[in-house]
Design a protein around this ligand. Structure first.
Ligand code: G4P
Length: 536
């Protein structure tokens, strides 16, 4: 245990906690696996891939569920590399896309944005990138699949700028691509990494710090070398210069090219990433910034997973440590309820295992057994009673009416709905104007409905019917003299959320505009957190 602040400081400095964001099929599983191999966390390529291909083959939650023990432990993967302790947070691919995916990013200190060179910036990457930008965390870009023919590298940089509004700074530059891929030129170290040989990695150094030197020319041949020189000249003149402060502020993304499947450019990327990526720093709380070293143990819950192990019916809350030293069995304040509690049996997640841990430090993620008291966003702290800033909520885009098939199971149904909502799996709304009360589910991704339906059946023994509704977004409404009946229209539906707040579901922008014009004194909020602030 670090017995001094000095030691704790060095533990904090060693930690790099990040998430990989990408569109499905860009190569996230492949890249993660290669990173874990470098860290010695897995011994064999294919261990993670194997699990994923099973997912793919069935592309169906029922089968995913069978794999659950494995897929869930991989929510966080930790390994050490060159004196650093690296925590990778898994943001599931589109099959598992949910609010949970977004929320995981709140626990990361940086993100690696993985882009398929042939496809460029894709839809899901944009959504996840927006969350990173909102948090102002640094984003590192890895452009993958250079061994295949893809878009022109300069066009890819332009796309990052146009689509994401982020300036970029290539750390290395590809020579050729697809079957002509020769390797990458490292701009900082003025060296070539050749894509050849068994290891697909031959490093060529020169004494010269210019790309235009005879050694490179003789290795690459005139045509490739000329093109490389032209490109580098263009980048030097017209590109954004490397600026560590801008990278740390999330205003500039360093770009690396490579090929995860052949393990080319991955280690070079990792080496530079650990140097540049931020270690845990102060986090905002409602009483000001919480310093990782100066404040005794504190952290927040960003994810809850019920029934991780169906045999034990357990529920695990994932906590991101923000300050101080965590020790097994320690007593902490559960700020929301004001209760003092003991943290027994904390778990840490290795690539394929979970194990009981004795100690953990800022930046680490631990799993806590949850007897049903934790909620997403809860703060735990050793001393004091501050709360970390609220986690953002992400407005649902899919809606469905849920009805129970067997009315005798109503009690289990309510229990299941409550637990799954606390987990953040779906949001629940209730109609209240008509005589009967309908339950409406809202989700960020369509798959959440299937997961919800399946889990209700498996874990609570309840069969439900889901009927998709045409609504596309929700707005929380506040204002004087609210008359819900007057807010109804043929294209919108007035409901209440879990906390009894008034929400309107809209089919399109037009119906929202229409209602706004009709009721100019009302305020329409994109998520519930805004109105909580109004109300308090
Ligand atoms: P994901 O987790 O982001 O969804 O992607 P994943 O790693 O599963 O990769 C998606 C596909 O892209 C896989 O092919 C994988 O082998 C391939 N891939 C990943 N990195 C590279 C790369 O650097 N170059 C090339 N050429 N391909 C790459 P698949 O055919 O879908 O699966 P599999 O049969 O290889 O398992």
């Amino acid at each position: 245990m670090p017995d001094s602040k000095h030691e704790l400081k060095s533990k904090v400095k060693q930690r790099k906690t990040f998430a990989i964001i990408s569109h499905p099929d860009a190569g996230k599983t492949t890249l993660t696996e290669k990173l874990l191999l470098f860290g010695g966390a897995i011994r064999q390529a294919g261990s993670i891939k194997g699990r994923k291909s099973q997912k793919h083959a069935t592309s169906d939650w029922m089968e995913i569920e069978k794999q659950r023990g494995i897929s869930v432990t991989s929510s966080v993967m930790e390994f050490s590399y060159r004196g650093y302790q690296i925590n990778i947070l898994d943001t599931p691919g589109h099959q598992d896309f949910s609010e949970d995916t977004y929320r995981t990013l709140t626990a990361a200190d940086s993100a690696v944005m993985l882009i398929d060179a042939a496809k460029g910036v894709e839809a899901q990457t944009i959504k996840l990138f927006d969350v990173c930008r909102m948090r102002g965390i640094p984003v590192f870009t890895f452009i993958n699949k250079m061994d295949r023919f893809g878009k022109d590298p300069l066009d890819l940089l332009e796309e990052i700028e146009q689509v994401l509004g982020m300036r970029s700074c290539p750390m290395n530059w590809p020579v050729g691509m697809g079957s002509d891929f020769r390797g990458i030129y490292d701009r900082a170290h003025h060296r070539l990494e050749l894509f050849e040989g068994e290891q697909k990695r031959t490093l060529i150094h020169t004494d010269s710090d210019e790309v235009d030197n005879p050694k490179f020319k003789s290795i690459l041949g005139e045509a490739f070398h000329n093109k490389l020189c032209e490109d580098i000249e263009l980048l030097d003149i017209a590109g954004d210069p490397f600026d560590e402060d801008k990278i740390k502020a999330g205003a500039l993304t360093p770009v690396f090219f490579g090929s995860a499947i052949t393990n080319f450019g991955v280690q070079t990327f990792l080496d530079q990433f650990i140097q540049l990526a931020p270690s845990p720093s102060a986090r905002m709380s409602q009483t000001g910034p919480i310093d990782p070293v100066e404040t005794p143990f504190s952290g927040f819950i960003f994810k809850i997973q019920a029934n991780m192990n169906p045999a034990h019916r357990d529920r695990i809350a994932f906590l991101r440590i923000c300050s101080g030293v965590f020790k097994r069995g320690m007593q902490v304040n559960h700020v929301r309820t004001g209760k003092r509690m003991k943290l027994a049996q904390p778990q840490q997640f290795m690539a394929q295992d979970r194990q009981i841990i004795e100690e953990a430090y800022p930046g680490d993620i631990i799993g806590l057994y949850d007897p049903g008291i934790f909620q997403i966003g809860d703060t735990l702290c050793e001393t004091g009673s501050f709360k970390f800033e609220k986690l953002p909520s992400f407005p649902p885009e899919h809606f469905a009416r849920v009805t129970i098939r067997d009315a005798m199971k109503h009690k289990q149904f309510e229990k299941g709905i409550n637990q799954l909502t606390e987990e953040g799996a779906v949001q629940v709304y209730r109609t209240f104007i008509e005589r009967t009360e309908d339950l409406i589910l809202g989700a960020v991704g369509e798959l959440q409905f299937q997961v919800f339906e399946y889990r209700l059946k498996q874990e609570y023994g309840v069969d439900v019917r889901l009927e998709r509704l045409p609504y596309q977004f929700a707005r929380w409404v506040t204002g004087e003299n609210l008359e819900p009946r007057r807010l109804h229209s043929s294209n919108s539906l007035c409901v209440k959320d879990q906390d009894g707040n008034l929400v309107i579901l809209f089919e399109n922008e037009f119906s929202l505009r229409w209602l706004k014009e009709k009721h100019p004194s009302l305020s329409f909020h994109k998520n519930s957190y805004d109105i909580h602030d109004d109300i308090k």
